[in-house]
Write a protein of this length. Structure first.
Length: 170
């Protein structure tokens, strides 16, 4: 066995704790928010929480609009009257709920994760798709999964009132 060079040995000793250290906190979608972002926050409260450098600086004139966060953990915030009213996941994103449901999760897995609490209805626009909702115990917030071909294609979270805006800001 060749001798271990002191510099190489020192490098291994110094980097081993970094490799073994757990990753940062996992950001998950809940019925009331996503990480530090919560339904009910104003746009001015949300902006300092994340790097929004790619977002347009001009705010839309409409009362209902979307603030989009791009990248692997993509999401968008529905804004009404300058407040976050819904958090949405759609398209490619690494984000999931605390239970692990996300884009691509199969309907049978949703049933396994959430059980009898799910309300399954036909999707308004997708033939054979479903809108699957999970309401909080208090009935004030929830999660809404949209499916096509048996898999989740979109996911929304927030106050119950705003989860039922099927067309979003349209």
């Amino acid at each position: 066995m060749p001798p271990v060079r002191p510099l190489r040995f020192l490098l291994v000793l110094l980097t081993a704790p970094l490799l073994a250290a757990p990753a940062g906190p996992r950001v998950c979608l809940s019925m009331t928010g996503l990480g530090p972002v919560r339904a009910g926050m104003t746009v001015d409260e949300v902006l300092p929480l994340l790097d929004w450098s790619l977002r347009p600086r001009k705010r839309p004139a409409e009362d209902c609009w979307y603030l989009r966060y791009e990248g692997p953990a993509a999401f968008r915030l529905m804004i009404i009257a300058n407040r976050v009213v819904r958090i949405e996941l759609a398209g490619p994103t690494t984000l999931t709920t605390f239970a692990g449901a996300g884009i691509g999760t199969r309907e049978d897995e949703l049933r396994r994760l959430y059980g009898e609490r799910l309300d399954v209805q036909p999707h308004k626009y997708v033939e054979g798709g479903h809108t699957i909702t999970l309401r909080s115990g208090a009935g004030t917030e929830g999660l809404r999964f949209e499916t096509a071909n048996g898999a989740v294609t979109a996911l929304q979270a927030g106050p119950w009132e705003h989860l039922n805006y099927v067309e979003g800001c349209s």
